[in-house]
Design a protein around this ligand. Structure first.
Ligand code: G4P
Length: 288
């Protein structure tokens, strides 16, 4: 069953994004480095149009480093600006400015030549739930000194915040809905926490996760749940039942499923990335 979930506040958020796009120089789309494809929202590119669009891949510390590098290479080969960051600890305004300043220096210089006042770059950040939008904003902005105040045109109740001298950000990140183009995409969003736990069946998501780790990191799966080699001959469902028993939950496979999901999200089975740039590109090509 495909998960369907589209709360009203997200329809409002995209309307606000459409209202505010004219005021910004660049859009920051925050995506999760573990699912750089599944956590994109296709509406962002449409609404952003010709303006620069920077992907900020958060949770680099949780993702598979080799795949993160391949994603960055893939974006680079398409001329798509992207940076990967650990937004919680190792991230600051310099990481962003070094990439976006060159993209906008000509535009700002042209304005100055026309006699307009020198001004900071203005940006809005958007993304699906739980990717790290607030964390990114808080790292970029010094809240105490931040408020620039209202300016004409900005959606009521929203403000520009100063991020250093050269950047201003709209204070409310746009929360967009995750895409549900396939069950697989929905599973990836659920496993990483972009879809609320209440809207999916935990055993489906745990099975999806187990299937991924038995392919990519069987050693760690084996160690974590004290599995034997022969357990790997079992189907995913039977493997889940074995793990349920091994972690002392008897036949409560639902509780065990939640534990497995928490283990995966907490990197107890190792760093992981669920989207592969080459596979996504192949899909793109077969779509057209
Ligand atoms: P949102 O605004 O897009 O909804 O996301 P938010 O910033 O609230 O971040 C969602 C969760 O992801 C938070 O965890 C946050 O700490 C975590 N997070 C964001 N960026 C990174 C990152 O680069 N690396 C890691 N490891 N985590 C990141 P939480 O469990 O909800 O809160 P907390 O336990 O961190 O306080």
């Amino acid at each position: 069953v495909t998960i369907q979930w589209f709360p009203g506040h997200m329809a409002k958020a995209i309307r606000q994004f459409e209202e505010n796009i004219g005021l910004v120089d660049i859009v920051f789309e925050v995506i999760d480095a573990r699912i750089p494809y599944a956590s994109q929202n296709p509406e962002v590119a449409r609404i952003t149009g010709e303006k620069p669009h920077l992907f900020i891949l958060t949770k680099k510390d949780l993702a598979d480093p080799r795949l993160t590098q391949r994603w960055l290479d893939s974006f680079k080969s398409k001329g798509q600006p992207a940076i990967a960051v650990d937004a919680k600890t190792k991230f600051n305004i310099g990481n962003v400015l070094s990439v976006i300043s060159p993209l906008l220096s000509e535009k700002l210089a042209r304005e100055e030549q026309k006699g307009m006042k020198k001004r900071p770059i203005r940006a809005i950040s958007v993304g699906v739930p739980n990717v790290g939008k607030s964390t990114v904003l808080n790292r970029l902005v010094n809240r105490r000194a931040a408020q620039v105040g209202n300016r004409p045109g900005v959606t009521k109740g929203q403000q520009w915040l100063k991020a250093g001298k050269e950047l201003e950000l709209l204070d409310t990140p746009g929360i967009l809905w995750p895409k549900f183009e396939s069950q697989e995409t929905a599973n990836k969003l659920a496993l990483t926490g972009a879809i609320k736990d209440s809207v999916f069946a935990s055993d489906d998501i745990a099975l999806f996760g187990l299937n991924h780790f038995r392919e990519t990191n069987p050693g760690q799966l084996k160690e974590r749940y004290r599995l034997s080699d022969s357990d790997f001959d079992l189907s995913d469902v039977d493997l889940l039942l074995v793990i349920t028993e091994k972690i002392g939950m008897r036949d409560d496979y639902e509780r065990a499923s939640n534990r497995i999901i928490q283990d995966i999200r907490g990197n107890k089975l190792g760093r992981f990335t669920l989207d592969d740039p080459e596979k996504v590109n192949q899909n793109d090509e077969t779509d057209h």
